[in-house]
Design a binder for this molecule. Structure first.
Ligand code: SF4
Length: 246
């Protein structure tokens, strides 16, 4: 769902091309799932809600509202952000004319999605929710990735979520499986974000041959599609990488 945390990461960026928006990487109390075998970025978390709020406020203060759209990620799911941060996000959106607000969320919190939409709808702000489906292939998603998401049907997932992330570059994936994931993603959701697996501290490792197949066959087809983000490196959105030394 979000880039891996490194010491003192960059927490704000501007994405000027596809779906122009500002993006902030905030800190919450931590992913409640933590079992995905490709992920180590859930380590960007703290149980100290006050410290999280102060950090998040300092990041949100940098948002300009230049595109009227803000994407909030937090190395987990939006319900893991403290209430003071949620209130501050709301204030920043209202003050800076942001009308579309993106959050990320695990399947386990799907029943909280409608209340979030309603809360912001009352302020004239449209919520877009992104879920890391990673693959519609049950065996790959649940037994290899251990995503913790029993639902396979895209039409059911789309009842709660607007956008999905897909994860490619793992042993067992093929051209056919990746094509199918993209096709279903574009059929049922507004946008998809394809992440290529990169080496990190988690157990799953990138499969260079699967990545080659993607790059040769699918990347040229979808690179310029306005509904498709492709992250060759998980810091490509500009957040999550280590800050330059000052
Ligand atoms: S849901 Fe999975 S991918 Fe997302 S932060 Fe938690 S462990 Fe990582």
């Amino acid at each position: 769902m979000t880039p891996p945390i490194i010491y003192d990461p960059v927490r704000i960026s501007v994405i000027p091309d596809k779906n122009p928006r500002e993006m902030v990487m905030l800190r919450g109390c931590g992913c409640k799932w933590k079992k995905c075998r490709f992920c180590d970025y859930h380590m960007d978390a703290s149980p100290d809600a006050q410290a999280n709020f102060e950090l998040n406020r300092s990041v949100l203060d940098l948002v300009t509202g230049q595109y009227g759209c803000l994407e909030v990620i937090n190395s987990g799911s939006f319900p893991e952000l403290d209430e003071a941060t949620m209130n501050y996000i709301e204030k920043v959106c209202i003050d800076r004319g942001i009308q579309r607000l993106h959050f990320e969320c695990h399947w386990m919190y799907r029943k909280k999605c409608e209340a979030l939409r309603e809360r912001f709808r009352q302020k004239g702000i449209t919520i877009q929710l992104k879920i890391g489906v990673e693959s519609f292939d049950h065996e790959m998603r649940e037994n290899v990735m251990v995503k913790g998401m029993a639902e396979d049907r895209p039409e059911e997932i789309a009842r709660y979520f607007d956008e999905i992330c897909l994860l490619f570059g793992l042993t067992g994936q093929s051209l056919a499986s990746m094509e199918k994931d993209i096709r279903l993603g574009l059929q049922y959701f507004k946008r998809i974000c394809i992440n290529l697996m990169v080496e990190n501290t988690a157990p799953l490792k990138p499969d260079a041959e699967v990545i080659r197949i993607f790059m040769e066959n699918l990347y040229p087809l979808y690179r310029d599609n306005p509904r498709v983000d492709i992250l060759l490196n998980n810091t490509d959105f500009g957040v999550g990488g280590e800050k330059d030394a000052e």
